[in-house]
Design a protein around this ligand. Structure first.
Ligand SMILES: [Zn+2]
Ligand SMILES: [Zn+2]
Length: 137
């Protein structure tokens, strides 16, 4: 993947990522549903060191499943969701695919937190499903 660029609706915040994604997946947890107002968060995990952010980003911290704090970034002017910093890996940034300039580069490989997936959400049957986080290691 070439440099992935994105930003918020009003243009005050822009980001650029120069590294290839480490994972892509749809998170159906209730926090992602509340934060996005939609059925799931289309998540692209990239190394934090490869992401450059310009503009004023506001963070909202909430307690994740693990008990650790998860940080979600949004534009303080227009409220667009941009990315989050997951508690399990602080050196990661998880971009929300809808904020990309070209969201079609998003190729989800799994559905996670399907235990809270909504009945009105048409999940792709060909993707692996995990009720919570996928097992690690
Ligand atoms: Zn904005
Ligand atoms: Zn989630």
């Amino acid at each position: 993947m070439a440099a992935a660029k994105g930003g918020c609706m009003c243009g005050a915040v822009r980001y650029e990522c120069t590294a290839d994604p480490l994972f892509m997946g749809n998170c159906h947890c209730r926090d992602c549903q509340r934060a996005s107002g939609g059925a799931y968060n289309p998540a692209i995990g990239v190394p934090r060191s490869a992401v450059k952010v310009t503009g004023d980003v506001k963070y909202y911290e909430s307690k994740a499943d693990s008990g650790n704090m998860s940080k979600r970034a949004f534009c303080e002017n227009c409220g667009s969701r941009l990315f989050s910093i997951p508690p399990f890996a602080p050196d990661l940034i998880v971009l929300s695919a809808g904020s990309l300039d070209d969201p079609s580069i998003f190729k989800p490989a799994m559905d996670i937190y399907t235990s809270s997936a909504q009945p009105w959400d048409n999940l792709n049957a060909s993707l692996p499903k995990f009720p919570k986080m996928p097992p690690t290691g």
